[in-house]
Design a protein around this ligand. Structure first.
Ligand SMILES: Nc1ncnc2c1ncn2[C@@H]1O[C@H](COP(=O)(O)OP(=O)(O)OP(=O)(O)O)[C@@H](O)[C@H]1O
Length: 235
């Protein structure tokens, strides 16, 4: 099981921020094969900054990131080639290209993306900019998962989407984890993410203020919301 396997991606005392000013401090996080770790926290807590730094899109200001046990400062495209998948906060589809072409320029085979999200088949010829928000998010997620990444980093997959489509996306992440991927999911809305997650951690003002099994977070959700999330996790 995942708890016995070494982490694929690890942050140790990670400090991160912008123009050398840290807004994330001393964060320890790890993602093992086959598990979903959800990072919760209110607006501005540092969730996206943490994820961008783990992906290599932002340089770390302190501490260390390890990939398969080795310290890394590699840029994003190197990490993607090495098995990292990213679904960024801004849906990453290219609006003027068709769904098919968006899948073609992704890191994995189009056929695999369609196996994972058969819903996209009937949309292949459509311009991605004409898709609904949920369809765009399925396209982004399908593209990242088609490469069967060792670790997937996903930022606010559920933003602005109906619960049914959020459940669909969460199911796809759970299935990827069950195939052996590690998943780090940043979410402001906790409950649906916790339902598929193995572990959770809560960031507040750039620091980890709670971490533990997702089951415990679910059981304790009212207290966690009240203490750390300002009610933001209610969805
Ligand atoms: N490009 C940027 N330049 C400077 N400061 C930034 C930048 N992006 C974010 N910040 C600041 O960094 C801090 C952490 O922001 P971050 O986006 O990581 O939080 P978050 O937890 O992801 O919040 P949200 O849920 O609103 O996306 C905030 O104070 C934010 O204002």
């Amino acid at each position: 099981m995942s708890a016995e396997e070494p982490p694929v991606l690890q942050a140790k005392n990670l400090c991160a921020g912008y123009r050398r000013v840290p807004c994330v401090r001393d964060v320890d996080l790890d993602v093992r094969p086959g598990e979903i770790v959800v990072v919760l926290g209110p607006n501005g807590a540092g969730k996206t900054t943490t994820l961008l730094t783990l992906s290599g899109a932002l340089p770390a200001l302190g501490g260390e990131i390890r990939w398969r046990g080795e310290p890394t400062t590699a840029a994003l495209h190197h990490r993607v080639r090495g098995g990292l998948g990213v679904v960024p906060e801004e849906r990453s589809v290219i609006s003027r290209l068709s769904v098919r072409d968006n899948l073609r320029i992704g890191p994995g085979p189009v056929e695999r993306a369609l196996e994972l999200f058969p819903e996209l088949e009937r949309l292949l010829g459509r311009r991605a900019g004409l898709l609904s928000g949920g369809e765009q998010q399925m396209l982004s997620t399908a593209r990242a998962l088609a490469a069967e990444p060792a670790v997937l980093l996903a930022d606010e997959l559920s933003l602005g989407l109906a619960p049914k489509i959020v459940a669909r996306l969460m199911r796809a992440l759970r299935e990827a984890a069950d195939r052996g991927a590690g998943v780090l999911l940043v979410e402001q809305h906790a409950r649906q993410a916790l339902a598929v997650a193995d572990r959770a951690c809560v960031l507040r003002r750039g620091r980890v203020v709670w971490s533990g099994p997702a089951e415990e977070a679910t059981r304790d959700i009212r207290r966690i919301e009240g203490a750390y999330l300002g009610g933001a996790a209610a969805a």
